[in-house]
Ligand binder design. Structure first.
Ligand SMILES: Nc1ncnc2c1ncn2[C@@H]1O[C@H](COP(=O)(O)OP(=O)(O)OP(=O)(O)O)[C@@H](O)[C@H]1O
Ligand SMILES: [Mg+2]
Length: 164
């Protein structure tokens, strides 16, 4: 784990199980109005991390459900007692204007949003989001977490402690 400044952090996740553990660590720290921008190449593990977060949130309500990839639907939503979770894969988004058609702009404020292919958002990307850039690293993954908004400091302190 390397800390370049308090709101940037690099984590090494040697296997898929480590990504699952990260999702389980993040889940209780995430709530309405939080957005994770999950960037990285095809097969990086964006859906894997999103799924681990969603399954952990649902498990907290004693729910076991399928968490399909939103590759074709663009958006999958999950209603929880604490609010909605939006899992989106914007790979097939035509232009950033569709963000408004999907209602994503409102979800960024009201729901927990997990966004794959966030580069498709252009300027509609929320400034208060946490960026999660996933890169291949040998047989594992290297994650760079970065944020502008100081609200993420506590979460980054936790991930540093658990994965540092
Ligand atoms: N830390 C890790 N080390 C090695 N493999 C991992 C790690 N995390 C996840 N994986 C694996 O990476 C694969 C890619 O999964 P995933 O479908 O989540 O990619 P993706 O980034 O969502 O791709 P796409 O852009 O096509 O949506 C899965 O088989 C998963 O088990
Ligand atoms: Mg995916």
């Amino acid at each position: 784990m390397i800390i370049a400044d308090p709101l940037t952090q690099t984590l090494i996740l040697p296997d898929a199980e480590a990504t699952t553990r990260l999702g389980q660590t993040l889940a209780p720290l995430l709530g309405n109005g939080d957005t994770l921008l999950l960037a990285g190449p095809i097969g990086a593990g964006k859906s894997h991390l999103a799924r681990a977060i969603i399954l952990s949130k649902l498990a907290g309500e004693d729910r076991v459900e399928d968490v399909p990839s939103p590759t074709y639907t663009l958006v999958q939503t999950y209603d929880t007692t604490k609010g909605e979770i939006w899992h989106t894969d914007l790979y097939r988004l035509g232009d950033p204007g569709e963000v408004y058609e999907l209602g994503l702009d409102e979800a960024f404020e009201a729901a927990l949003c997990l966004v794959e292919w966030p580069d498709r958002l252009g300027r509609t990307a929320p400034a208060h989001a946490l960026s999660v850039e996933i890169a291949l690293s040998g047989t594992g993954r290297r994650l760079t977490l970065s944020a502008q908004d100081p609200k993420w400091a506590a979460l980054l302190a936790t991930t540093a402690q658990c994965f540092g």
